[in-house]
Design a protein around this ligand. Structure first.
Ligand SMILES: *[C@@H]1O[C@H](CO)[C@@H](O)[C@H](O)[C@H]1NC(C)=O
Ligand SMILES: *[C@@H]1O[C@H](CO)[C@@H](O)[C@H](O)[C@H]1NC(C)=O
Ligand SMILES: *[C@@H]1O[C@H](CO)[C@@H](O)[C@H](O)[C@H]1NC(C)=O
Length: 575
């Protein structure tokens, strides 16, 4: 089985490198790049052409039995085999199950069409997949299309979402979710899916469950933007997953990592390259977090036109740790608010799903070289029982721009107890219940024209944030003040000036490290709501403590570029 050995080695290598990455070894990055150049090797020689087993490929007659018989013949061969489809044909089929050692080869212009009848799928809704990989050393490749024919399930609806047929079936209790997924990879090992196009799914396009060493490379997923729950790739309770250069456009999340079984963690996920678009969240870790998730690396990714960019949402007892996001560009804008998200480029939350839920933690999450254009800011919100620990934002460029007139001004904490919180101003960076956060080389541009709800640059909920270190925070304020809101803007400035005075009053002279806020910065740094002097002092002191402990230099510069004035970056003080 030479074919698979390279792939397996590749996935193993990626896993190993991830370990090194977790240990912070930079060489790993270089090696990883080299590994990226590896591509899977030729397919097994043994072929099982579906037409030899009776497939017609006219798009009308069911070829289910023919395709399944071809798969069964190939799996019986000692070294496995390739089930081949013909160019220009359309194969209508019910569920097919891919078995050990079998690869599907779907050439360009060959299409697999999903049957849409209840009897095309097995008894229990947990088995409702069009193509189910339940195998070792198996996969699919080629430039052909697998078409779920979502239009056959959808009808009417409104401008925002279509109505979708859900089967009335005793095996399915979740009323809104009683319809099949497109591809399932379940209890499998060493699965490679390369190049195929997954089209018009009516539920999730790919569900990877309890599997190991799965690679999806150059896969494209095109979903209907009006179909609820039509997710891209969902990785659940699996290890060593590689997603390389996939292109996904879906209404629900493009990529989701979740753990639905308390004893099945997610470990070693590498998402390298890719273009994602979602009316909900482009990349979401959570919200189902029954078991822990660790060593997750995302790099060289472009996120376009999404309702939320990068998200971690812990709502259950599992924890998330060791996450790196590097070289990512994000564009986040508002969609109608029934879709998850609120135009945030980054959104990290850890809070209870229901009363009494034990909530896991979020620790050691690093964002490096992120450039974002968004209508709202970054939200980092733990909860009293679960503080966000060790967040690093290094090299962030965030440009706030108004792109839509869809109303904002709310915090979206769904799912969970807090839900939507209305009537708030949105800040460029909002921190609540977070410890040991480091912000360095962060550049915030407030674009023009402003959105009415825009608030401050850095907003911190008093009493809940400790040891935050800020180095090189640059703010360019090009926005006009919200029209007709001069009073609010004035009072924001008043709040900030008051705050500056308090900071200054709380600094002991000669301690050598402090935050400096330029007096004319319109969008400054504030504690949320009534920032008492005690809480301000706490923030400042904890900042100093972080500096003292870690030996960082705090620079802080808030400037604004109005009337073409260039910002000046002056070193304020050193520890
Ligand atoms: C980044 O990913 C894209 C595919 O999404 C790929 O074409 C490009 O070569 C990658 N660049 C690097 C530096 O890895
Ligand atoms: C990020 O991009 C830079 C420049 O293209 C490259 O040198 C670096 O290796 C990339 N890092 C990662 C982790 O992709
Ligand atoms: C940062 O990421 C962008 C892609 O988003 C890349 O083009 C650029 O080279 C990266 N820069 C560094 C210094 O890594």
């Amino acid at each position: 089985m030479k074919t698979h050995i390279l792939v397996v080695r590749y996935v193993c290598l990626a896993g190993f490198l991830l370990l090194q990455l977790a240990a912070g070894q930079d060489e790993a990055l270089l090696a990883l790049e080299a590994a990226e150049e590896a591509t899977p090797t030729p397919l097994p020689e043994f072929k099982c052409p579906v037409k030899d087993y009776g497939a017609i490929g006219d798009g009308t007659a069911y070829d289910t039995k023919a395709i399944q018989t071809a798969i069964d013949a190939c799996t019986k061969n000692k070294d496995g085999g390739v089930v081949t489809f013909d160019e220009g044909k359309q194969y209508l089929t019910g569920q097919i199950i891919v078995k050990d050692g079998v690869k599907l080869r779907l050439p360009k212009s060959a299409t697999i069409l999903a049957g849409s009848k209840r009897e095309n799928y097995p008894k229990s809704f947990t088995d409702w997949y069009l193509i189910l990989f339940q195998c070792q050393n198996c996969g699919a490749e080629g430039q052909g299309r697998i078409d779920m024919q979502g239009t056959l399930w959808t009808y009417g609806g409104n401008m925002e979402r279509k109505q979708v047929t859900n089967w009335d079936d005793a095996s399915c209790q979740m009323q809104d979710e009683c319809r099949p997924h497109l591809v399932g990879v379940r209890d499998s090992f060493q699965v490679t899916i390369q190049g195929v196009e997954l089209y018009d799914a009516v539920h999730w396009a790919v569900h990877i469950l309890r599997s190991e060493a799965v690679a999806l490379m150059g896969v494209s997923i095109w979903g209907d933007p009006l179909v609820p729950l039509s997710r891209g790739i969902v990785v659940d309770s699996s290890r060593r997953i590689y997603l390389g250069g996939d292109v996904i456009s879906t209404a629900d999340n493009a990529v989701t990592l979740q753990t639905t079984a308390a004893d099945k963690p997610i470990e070693f996920v590498l998402v390298d390259g890719g273009l994602f678009q979602s009316k909900s969240v482009a990349i979401q870790i959570g919200d189902q977090t029954r078991a822990h998730m660790t060593t997750l690396v995302f790099q060289n990714i472009t996120i376009q036109q999404s309702h939320r960019g990068l998200a971690i949402a812990v709502r259950d007892e599992g924890s998330v740790s060791g996450v790196q996001f590097t070289n990512i560009s994000v564009e986040a804008l508002f969609f109608e608010r029934s879709w998850n998200g609120a135009a945030e480029p980054i959104h990290i939350t850890a809070m209870p799903r229901t009363v009494g839920t034990k909530v896991g933690t979020v620790t050691d999450v690093q964002f490096t070289n992120i450039s974002a254009v968004a209508e709202a800011g970054i939200v980092v919100a733990g909860s009293p029982g679960s503080t966000i620990e060790g967040l690093v934002l290094e090299g962030l460029q965030l440009e706030l721009t108004r792109q839509t007139d869809i109303p904002g001004g709310f915090l979206d904490y769904r799912p969970g107890l807090r839900g939507l919180v209305d009537d708030v101003t949105t800040s460029a960076i909002f921190l609540e219940h977070a410890n040991h956060a480091t912000l360095s080389n962060v550049e915030i541009v407030w674009g023009k024209p402003a959105r009415p709800e825009w608030g401050q640059t850095l907003e911190i909920t008093p009493h809940s944030v400790h040891a935050i270190s800020v180095q090189n925070l640059f703010v360019h304020d090009e926005s006009a003040h919200p029209a007709g809101d001069a009073e609010a803007a004035g009072s924001a400035r008043g709040t900030m000036m008051e705050w500056v005075r308090k900071i200054q009053a709380n600094l002991r002279s000669g301690n050598g490290a402090f935050l400096k806020l330029e007096a004319n910065a319109a969008r400054g740094v504030v504690g949320r709501r009534a920032a008492s002097s005690a809480s301000v002092a706490m923030l400042v002191l904890s900042a100093i403590m972080a500096v003292a402990l870690v030996g960082f230099v705090i620079y802080d510069q808030i400037t604004r570029r109005r009337n073409g004035a260039k910002p000046t970056f002056e070193k304020v003080a050193s520890a």
